[in-house]
Design a binder for this molecule. Structure first.
Ligand SMILES: [Zn+2]
Length: 188
């Protein structure tokens, strides 16, 4: 509770500010990563990046998904150290911590967590096959997300929903590969 010391010394290889932001990033990542996995599939301007997508990411997969992947990857690397202090006390750890913090802060700035429920596109309800799933985003420090179909009322746990999103993403990646450069020739 009182571990936050009111001084501004370095913590290992991190400055006090880097350390502070790193710990916030770690805490937020638990909520933010699941959000980024779905944000690109919600019906709103968050998804607009896909339309103007540059060629450095696959057209079919939302950039929010790729951000989630990157944060999850760095997060897995950080697990190499037993705790956050050990991360800070190691040169490689501090390097990874900085990348992790930057990645998370940038993504969260680009795609802030929204406070309104949104309809999910491109993902069909497993019960009634409608594109009618509604997603209530997570909130920091509180509520769990709520995911349910507005048509048949079927509710999804976060895990079930994540699996569903993964299936859709994998399907998109396959389609991308299959049609390859065809898309470049212009609208069919
Ligand atoms: Zn349904």
């Amino acid at each position: 509770m009182h571990e936050q010391m009111p001084d501004h010394r370095n913590v290992g290889y991190l400055t006090w500010d880097e350390w502070r932001r790193f710990r916030i990033a770690v805490e937020k990542s638990l909520i933010v990563v699941p959000w980024f996995r779905v944000a690109g599939y919600l019906r709103n301007e968050v998804a607009n990046d896909r339309v103007n997508g540059t060629s450095d990411h696959p057209l079919g997969v939302p950039p929010t998904w790729l951000a989630a992947e990157e944060i999850a990857r760095l997060s897995a690397e950080l697990r190499y150290w037993p705790n956050l202090e050990d991360v800070a006390n190691d040169a490689d750890g501090a390097f990874t911590a900085r990348m992790f913090t930057r990645e998370l802060e940038t993504a969260l700035h680009r795609w802030p967590i929204e406070d309104k429920p949104r309809n999910v596109r491109q993902v069909r309800c497993q019960q009634c096959v409608g594109e009618t799933i509604r997603y209530r985003p997570p909130e920091f420090g509180g509520d769990k997300v709520h995911i349910a179909c507005t048509e048949c009322g079927h509710e999804y746990t976060e895990d079930e929903f994540k699996t569903l999103i993964e299936l859709v993403t994998a399907e998109m990646q396959r389609t991308e590969k299959a049609i390859g450069g065809t898309r470049r020739l212009g609208a069919a």
